[in-house]
Design a protein around this ligand. Structure first.
Ligand SMILES: [Zn+2]
Length: 305
């Protein structure tokens, strides 16, 4: 099967939790008053709105939203409701069975999750009763996640970019700048066909509802994004930013919103993706359409391209 785009792109996907497309009003939306010019420009010029409501009543939530993004199947319909936070066993199984990372690897591509776990023992992560959708997907697809040694060797990125939140966990080493975290992520992306990084401080800060803290998170994220911005100019480079639901863009509430999530797409195949993704469940199939199977003897997958 041929891709719609010819040769498959080198994709760098930055997942940003709880970031919706809201009013362009600085009184309501911190993105329009904060020190985040890159993010603002991307949302204004390079984003398409993605319906995150999944056709299920209530506010969209992270576990079902992320599970839908990475499987291409409507996880809220599967569960009969929006599931917040971390997935339980049934939803974890749903993610582990078929997801974007495992499907790309099955098709013969190098796909990876770049986030670091602050542990030396991957088995301990595997045994955790509670883990994120992405952890479940990465363990199923890669058989591992990136551990502490890789973080300190610059071969993984901590979720907060600077390692500052590791202080609460006894870390006494140096902090790094968001730009250095971006350099580490780009080093990983150069060695892979698909690289995923997950940032969720946006959602956490918005839930706490302190405007200054929200703006600080946005400023940090923006420095990181600006340092990634050269990626699409690489041959075959595709840079994507997507979210699971709204939250931060509406300063009038600490909760999630029903605003559309943005899909920012820059570089090779960006316009095709922006055209094809209208709902969260469109994302994985649209991306996989760019990655034809390298081994045509393999059977079609339930992600179905
Ligand atoms: Zn949330």
């Amino acid at each position: 099967m041929k891709s719609a785009l010819g040769a498959a792109p080198r994709t760098l996907l930055v997942f940003v939790d709880g970031l919706g497309l809201g009013e362009r009003n600085p009184a309501v939306n911190p993105i329009y008053r904060g020190d985040c010019p890159r993010l603002r420009r991307w949302l204004d010029r390079h984003a398409t709105p993605v319906d995150a409501t999944l056709g299920v009543p209530g506010l969209p939530q992270s576990a079902t939203g992320q599970a839908t993004l990475y499987t291409g199947r409507n996880a809220a319909a599967f569960m009969g409701r929006h599931v917040p936070g971390l997935p339980g066993p049934r939803l974890r199984e749903f993610v582990a069975r078929h997801n974007l990372l495992s499907e790309l690897i099955r098709r013969g591509y190098r796909a990876t999750f770049a986030n670091a776990y602050f542990t030396d023992d991957i088995e301990e992560v595997r045994r955790r009763r509670r883990m994120s959708v992405t952890t479940a997907a990465a363990l199923a697809a890669m058989g591992r996640v990136r551990a502490r040694a890789e973080l300190f060797a610059g071969r993984a990125v901590y979720h907060d970019l600077t390692r500052e939140t590791l202080r609460e966990r006894g870390y006494a080493g140096p902090l790094i700048k968001p730009e250095e975290a971006a350099a580490h992520l780009l080093d990983i992306a150069r060695e892979h066909d698909f690289t995923l990084f997950e940032f969720f401080q946006t959602d956490l800060a918005a839930h706490r509802g302190e405007p200054k803290a929200v703006e600080a998170v946005l400023a940090r994220l923006d420095k990181f994004l600006a340092a990634l911005a050269g990626w699409p100019r690489r041959r075959r480079g595709l840079l994507l930013l997507i979210s699971d639901h709204g939250n931060l863009e509406d300063g009038a509430t600490r909760g999630h919103t029903r605003n559309p999530a943005p899909l920012v797409a820059l570089g090779r195949g960006a316009s095709v993706l922006r055209e094809r993704v209208r709902r969260l469940e469109d994302f994985a199939p649209a991306l996989l359409a760019c990655y034809p199977r390298k081994n045509s003897r393999l059977q079609a997958s339930p992600l179905g391209i």
